[in-house]
Design a protein around this ligand. Structure first.
Ligand SMILES: [Zn+2]
Ligand SMILES: [Zn+2]
Length: 303
């Protein structure tokens, strides 16, 4: 299987502290990297964890609360200073353009590369697609317009059985069709069913990013069966009232969503700065959904 993983650069909420940074993640699919949110300090975290910033062509911003994008102008400026000329694609609510434009204009900076925007509040469904993956966005339930993202591997090809290839020596064109599900017709006209000569493909993996949001069951159809679910857990159970008031989730809320969505694994983050000890979050989530992990900055999680 090709590498598919996510590195957490920042897992805190609202304000930076000495022990956590605002939200940012670097998703890697076989060497192609996608930046998800770009809170203040994202560049510094990239330097600290030696991730580099090359080969990032696509930046996804969930919403326009500062803890999810205040690092963006700095990051773009660094790409400019390093001489980047390749366009950068930004997927974000439409006000992002005005924000970036005014900052560049005030500094009299003319970027050496083009920014291509996809405004997530103007379209629905799939916002990114290449040969291997798709990215779909969906609405969260937050104080301002906010979107989650789900990165999905495309359906893979069936695998030819070695014994079949050795016995019948199919042409490249035939092999291609069989991998897509076609039956094999021999030179004598005999039909051999596809499932006799192939093995099923490896299951497609997927990653969902859900931050920031209150408990919101409407997201479940979008993330059903996801391999790894990142869901915000700003508060613990004892702070349910604040979570509801601020349109955030508790760890138990995140776990209930993971359970109902039949996720394979749950990754928590967007921790409140007031919670220095995160073990209560893990405990309350595991009571509902045992396959829960607390995200740690600088760590990479396989999908
Ligand atoms: Zn936030
Ligand atoms: Zn927010």
């Amino acid at each position: 299987m090709v590498p598919f993983n996510v590195t957490v650069l920042g897992n805190g909420s609202a304000v930076p502290t000495s022990f956590q940074n605002p939200t940012s993640q670097l998703l890697n699919y076989n060497g192609k990297r996608f930046l998800i949110d770009c809170g203040e300090g994202t560049q510094m975290q990239m330097i600290k964890y030696n991730t580099g910033h090359k080969h990032i062509d696509n930046i996804f911003i969930s919403h326009l609360h500062g803890d999810h994008y205040f690092g963006l102008i700095g990051f773009l400026n660094t790409l400019h200073l390093f001489g980047r000329t390749k366009p950068v694609n930004i997927y974000a609510p439409s006000q992002i353009k005005e924000i970036i434009d005014v900052q560049l204009s005030a500094a009299n900076t003319k970027l050496k590369f083009e920014i291509k925007y996809t405004f997530t509040d103007k379209i629905e469904g799939v916002i990114y697609e290449d040969n291997n993956i798709t990215v779909e966005h969906f609405p969260l339930n937050h104080r301002i317009t906010a979107y989650g993202f789900v990165f999905r591997e495309k359906q893979k090809e069936r695998k030819l059985k070695k014994s079949f290839v050795e016995k019948y020596s199919p042409s490249i064109e035939q092999m291609h069709k069989i991998k897509q599900g076609a039956d094999f017709i021999s030179a004598e006209g005999n039909v051999i069913k596809n499932d006799e000569i192939t093995d099923p493909p490896e299951p497609s993996r997927s990653y969902a990013f859900c931050s920031d949001t209150a408990y919101y069951e409407e997201i479940i159809p979008y993330i059903k069966g996801v391999t790894l679910l990142y869901h915000e857990a700003t508060f613990d159970n004892s702070q349910q009232d604040i979570a509801t008031e601020k349109y955030h989730s508790t760890a138990a809320d995140a776990a209930r969503i993971a359970l109902k969505a039949e996720a394979k694994k749950l990754l928590l983050g967007h921790y409140s700065a007031r919670l220095k000890d995160r073990s209560p979050l893990l405990k309350e989530a595991c009571e509902v959904f045992p396959e829960t992990v607390l995200s740690e900055e600088g760590k990479t999680y396989e999908i």
